[in-house]
Design a binder for this molecule. Sequence first.
Ligand code: 2NM
Length: 241
Amino acid sequence: MTAVREELEDIFVSMGYEVYDGPEVEDDYHCFEALNMPPDHPARDMQDTFYLTGRASLLRTHTSSGQIRYLLDNPHPPEVRIICPGKVYRRDSDITHSPMFQQVEGLVVGPRITLGDLKGTLEAFLHRLFGPQFPVRFRSSFFPYTEPSVEVDLGCVVCGGGGCRVCKGTGWLEILGSGMVHPAVYGAVNTRLGQVVYDPEAVSGFAFGLGIERVAMMRHAVDDIRLFYENDLRFLEQFSG
Ligand code: 2NM
């Protein structure tokens, strides 16, 4: 997992991104409120989020909270180009979900950043990671913190697109979530800073997120994410190289 994470970091660093670390123990403001998730949003539910001592602190459910911290700590637009890799926590466990998993989220903000920049960047990234032979497909989606929101699929790395058990016959694997940063995110940051630093009329940006285990699973044909964290040496020793 560390090797895959470092490979992802190296690709983005070579594209000019800065690696930024945020805390794993977060608060409601950085994890939800600043990301356009209202108080009744399901992600805030006790069923989904690990809360510590009441509701004052929580384990981050995504590394976007670190991106909010970066914007607040670096009120110097118009150029932002960061990735936030790290552990995130959700109350979820089945073959594709582990209560702790790792993410890389990215954020680019600047004058005249467009959906074309998002598409070009993510396609270049996926071609570096998996090889240019795999097609990349963009689909409309929804996230509270992006508008428009875009889900990104990669041609199935197992069957090459013909359809198999892994891609459930579709020929595609979902690999990334992304979108153009919602103006409400800039609004929340400006309100907290007490001045308009990230003016939605002057700057725009895109953001994206992906699961590191999911990349490792696609690479090594692993069908259950929980295998990475069960400490079974018969599994782990296959990756000792
Ligand atoms: C995703 C999908 C879409 C995202 C948005 C932001 C921020 F902070 F700029 F609002 N960070 N990351 C984002 C957007 C993450 O992950 C699936």
